[in-house]
Design a protein around this ligand. Structure first.
Ligand SMILES: Cc1cc2nc3c(=O)[nH]c(=O)nc-3n(C[C@H](O)[C@H](O)[C@H](O)COP(=O)(O)OP(=O)(O)OC[C@H]3O[C@@H](n4cnc5c(N)ncnc54)[C@H](O)[C@@H]3O)c2cc1C
Length: 461
């Protein structure tokens, strides 16, 4: 199947110039399969009689993502080892530069006939793409591969809630839910002498060579890379998926896919996941519909939010007026508990279930959606002010979750404070913003959840 035209945007026009290769600067879609930007670069290379080079810019910790730490970099480097090996098998070169993505693109771009980009939606990513389009001096094409429905096709405006985006996505998605053929590479890159600044074939050694925050350790629970992602997807569809429709809200039931870290790092394509879910022999219509609701509608609602609201990472910019007003009216209410951020991060509250959720996140890098909602709502309840609660929730989210710093992170943290939601009954601290209390814990086997967290944390050693 060809790459849909709506996925392709020309950021800098003109014909390809004379050059030694087609350069694809990989930034969002860190995979060698089911990657429209890569397939586009290969098709262009074949047409122009040129090999393809995949460039990657990697900066030491903190330079652009202050919350990123050894946990995230370990996962990313495991992914890059897979990428480099997968590309080599296809005859595509891989060159890593210890530089920002924009600097890497421009450094490797001197000999490129054409530059291809993939697409993410965070402000920092948009800045890189603009810098590249300005600085390259030739044709730059961006290919959007980490959403099912291209963001501008889905909606031209900031959507009010899932219910307003859902019909638009459902009307639009069919043509985009199509498999992507891996094109044969006609001009292998074997003859190009391009060294990488960091050898990613041994991810642990590469990690040791980087300067970064090591206070948050890599986890055993998730191994990075497209091979691990596809293995996890296959195992999931063979078993737990069959219960998704009925027990997806139960954190202890094991019905979630745990694919979010792979989706965040672009190690698996959402289209490939959706197609596999549709084709799965297990599960019924309810499981399929429920999973696609989360994977496409909720996930792409988050993309819509960060894409159309540049202030997505601030309380003032991301939380709707009605909710900020309601929270301000209750800013003076006494808090039932008032913890500082260290007490929260270390899971030292009066609430054993909350502490367990925080421990699961801190030690293993993941938490079930149901517990994330409870976890975040309590941060609002137990912090001195809503804007401070927003910053705390976001900092903890992005520091400990492997899937942190994602459009989903910013959007779901803002949801805690009323984004994409409606007013509910008024109560202390929350005003008319939705409250979650002890009842949340009665909807599943909370004791079993505590045992599961204990086992998961023990397995981390
Ligand atoms: C306070 C809070 C913070 C969150 N922070 C993050 C975050 O940092 N990164 C992140 O990826 N998700 C975040 N989420 C959304 C959601 O909890 C996770 O995506 C999900 O739990 C990941 O687990 P899974 O892959 O096993 O999900 P599954 O249940 O297997 O779902 C499949 C996929 O659908 C998408 N999805 C599921 N639930 C949601 C949702 N509520 N919103 C948007 N997409 C969804 C994800 O891509 C997920 O991988 C947060 C939710 C809340 C309430």
């Amino acid at each position: 199947m060809a790459i849909q035209a709506e996925r392709i945007r020309v950021l800098a026009g003109g014909e390809p110039r004379p050059g030694a290769y087609v350069l694809y600067l990989m930034q969002q879609a860190m995979r060698s399969r089911h990657n429209p930007a890569l397939e586009y670069a290969i098709a262009e290379g074949n047409r122009l009689g040129l090999p393809v080079v995949v460039g990657f810019g990697l900066l030491d910790g903190g330079a652009h993502f202050p919350e990123a730490n050894a946990r995230h970099y370990a996962f990313l480097l495991e992914g890059l080892a897979d990428v480099a090996a997968g590309l080599a098998r296809r005859g595509v070169a891989f060159a890593l530069r210890r530089a920002s993505p924009a600097e890497a693109a421009l450094a490797l771009g001197g000999e490129a006939a054409l530059l291809v980009l993939d697409r993410g939606y965070l402000t920092i990513q948009k800045r890189w793409y603009a810098e590249i389009a300005r600085g390259f001096g030739g044709r730059v094409v961006q290919v959007e591969g980490d959403v099912v429905v291209p963001v501008e096709v889905a909606s031209a405006k900031h959507e009010f809630a899932a219910r307003t985006l859902r019909p638009k996505l459902q009307r639009a998605w069919e043509p985009y839910l199509a498999p992507l053929r891996a094109r044969p590479v006609k001009h292998a890159a074997g003859g190009l002498a391009l060294e990488s600044d960091l050898d990613v074939s041994d991810p642990a050694a590469a990690l040791a060579r980087m300067t970064l925050d090591r206070s948050v350790a890599p986890v055993r629970r998730f191994r990075g890379g497209e091979a691990a992602a596809h293995h996890r997807l296959a195992a999931y569809l063979a078993g737990p998926f069959a219960q998704y429709g009925t027990v997806r809200g139960r954190p202890e039931a094991g019905a979630a896919s745990h694919l979010s870290p792979y989706l965040h790092f672009g190690q698996i394509s959402p289209v490939a996941v959706a197609l596999a879910v549709r084709a799965a022999k297990t599960g019924g219509p309810e499981d399929r519909a429920s999973f696609l609701e989360e994977l496409i509608i909720r996930r792409e609602l988050a993309v819509n939010h960060v894409h159309t609201n540049p202030a997505y990472d601030t309380y003032e910019g991301a939380v709707p007026d009605w909710a900020r007003k309601a929270l301000a009216e209750h800013a003076g209410d006494p808090r039932p508990y008032d913890y500082d951020e260290a007490a929260l991060a270390e899971g030292r509250t009066h609430d054993v279930h909350w502490n367990a959720a925080m421990r699961e996140m801190r030690v293993t890098g993941y938490m079930h959606n149901h517990m994330r909602m409870y976890w975040g709502k309590k941060i609002l309840e137990w912090s001195p002010a809503p804007d401070e609660a927003f910053r705390r929730a976001l900092r903890l989210n992005n520091r400990y979750f492997l899937d942190g710093r994602d459009p989903n992170s910013f959007t779901n943290v803002a949801w805690l404070f009323g984004l994409h939601d409606r007013p509910w009954g008024r109560r202390e601290v929350f005003g008319t913003v939705r409250y979650l209390g002890a009842n949340t814990l009665k909807k599943f086997d909370a004791a079993a959840y505590l045992r599961a967290v204990e086992a998961l944390c023990e397995a981390e050693g």
